[in-house]
Design a protein around this ligand. Structure first.
Ligand code: ARG
Length: 460
């Protein structure tokens, strides 16, 4: 295997270093199945319009299916001298079936071939990721369902703000993931167009049938401009942007898991299978998995910037720069797939310390707003009520107790319109139940949101 497919016009071979530098086979061989799918569709079209004869097509089909077998069984020999997945497969095909193999590349270039391969790969990856997000959503719903009535402190500025249902808090992530799926599926529409037929850049002089190839490969249509078809990777960039947002959501969640698991909070425990110990401190149980999700988000953001930068100064049409699109893209998919799988499993292994959550909400004057709202409902302007409650909080703080632990007489010092009925309002449950409108944290609303989510998921 030394005669390069294109070596005819060259006086000397490339150096070993250049060979390694320019070859992509070590990473693009994972496109092999898609490359074969694309070649099969192309060959069927060539035969259907009479560019190759039925005997050639039969030989190509048989040869490619043998190659697929070899690859699947790890018996295929990859050669770095053959640069990339496309030339490796074509060379093997020719070795197996002779001239018919050499005819396969009629009316095609590696430029439209590779663009097609990536789109097929990405389409399958998007479908897999969308499914994995849905599995994670189901795990979220299962956990949320057990904690519709569980009170936790809701935070702003990481300071205790108002009591919320833990189920409600989890459902916030469910919503983010819904948008993540919607973004992916929107991106999929632009991924799912056929570049083949663009050839190197200008199209081809053969009378090909691009619609037939699109249909055979399950594309929604063809790329309408040949220069654009071979040169742009915006669909991959878009996918990386969607992925960066998914990871950003998971990273925020991970940050919360880490905080909640810290002994200072002690809100949750992760199952041991997601944690590791310390080699020096025997007491430690570290939340490594969420920490790594947070860390890997940086790497996914990096891939997005890498692809944007790869594209930004390329003149039309294809440039070899684009070969560099693959590693960031593959790593984005792999990281996302593994993260989502692990997360789904991790959610089912979370144990919740309800007492610690409740205790934290009690300590933080989480119902102060409820006292202010109570005064407003009795006729005070909100700003005055705010001021009165601030003073009451200061008073309680000095006494080291919660607002609900003050006596009626003590509360009345701040406003005489406060009556006995305040005490049901100052409880955490009272506060939570009162936020009873769509989107609010009242358990009735959370429960309705979970039911709706289950319906939506089963309709997908
Ligand atoms: N390995 C190349 C890539 O990944 C395939 C296209 C090569 N085209 C070319 N004209 N050299 O982009």
């Amino acid at each position: 295997i030394n005669a390069k497919t294109w070596s005819g016009r060259f006086n000397e071979p490339v150096t070993q270093l250049v060979q390694r530098y320019t070859a992509s086979i070590n990473f693009d061989k994972r496109l092999a199945e898609y490359d074969i799918q694309g070649s099969l569709a192309h060959a069927r079209m060539l035969s259907s319009v009479g560019i190759i004869n039925p005997a050639d097509l039969a030989a190509i089909e048989q040869g490619l299916s043998q190659i697929l077998e070899e690859i699947r069984n790890n018996r295929f020999e990859w050669h770095i001298e053959l640069e990339d997945v496309h030339l490796n497969i074509e060379k093997r095909l020719t070795a197996l079936i002779g001239d018919a193999g050499k005819r396969l590349h009629t009316a095609r270039s590696r430029n439209d071939q590779v663009a097609t391969d990536i789109r097929l790969y990405l389409r399958a990856s998007i479908d897999e990721i969308a499914n994995l997000i849905q599995s994670m959503q189901r795990a979220l719903l299962d956990l949320a369902e057990q904690h519709i009535e569980t009170v936790m402190p809701g935070f702003t500025h990481l300071q205790v703000a108002q009591p919320v249902s833990f189920g409600h808090h989890l459902m916030a992530y469910y919503e983010m993931l819904c948008r993540d799926i919607a973004r992916l599926l929107d991106c999929r529409k632009r991924v799912n167009k056929l570049p083949l037929g663009a050839a190197a850049l200008a199209g081809t002089s053969y009378s090909i049938d691009r619609d037939m190839v699109a249909q055979l490969l399950g594309f929604d249509g063809i790329c309408l401009n040949s220069l654009d078809a071979v040169s742009d990777r915006d669909f991959a960039i878009e996918f990386c942007a969607c992925s960066a947002l998914i990871m950003t959501h998971l990273s925020r969640f991970s940050e919360e898991l880490v905080i909640w698991m810290s002994p200072a909070f002690n809100f949750i425990q992760l199952a041991d299978r997601f944690c590791t110990g310390s080699s020096i401190m025997p007491q430690k149980k570290n939340p490594d998995v969420p920490e790594l999700v947070r860390g890997k988000t940086g790497r996914i953001n990096g891939h997005l910037v890498a692809l944007l930068t790869l594209m930004k100064s390329q003149p039309l049409a294809y440039n070899k720069d684009n070969q560099e699109d693959k590693e960031p893209l593959f790593d984005t998919v792999d990281t996302l797939v593994n993260t989502l799988r692990i997360y789904t499993d991790m959610l089912s292994g979370i144990t919740v310390n309800k007492d610690a959550m409740r205790h934290a909400a009690m300590r933080g004057y989480a119902t102060a707003t409820d006292l202010a709202d109570y005064l407003v409902k009795k006729g005070l302007p909100f700003r005055d009520a705010h001021e009165i409650v601030a003073k009451a909080v200061r008073f309680a703080e000095n006494k080291s107790c919660d607002l609900s632990e003050l006596s009626l007489a003590e509360l009345k010092q701040f406003s005489s319109i406060i009556e006995q009925d305040i005490f049901s309002i100052l409880t955490l449950e009272g506060s939570m139940k009162s936020r009873n409108h769509p989107g609010g944290t009242a358990p009735a609303q959370v429960s309705a949101a979970i039911m709706q989510a289950r319906k939506d998921l089963s309709n997908h």
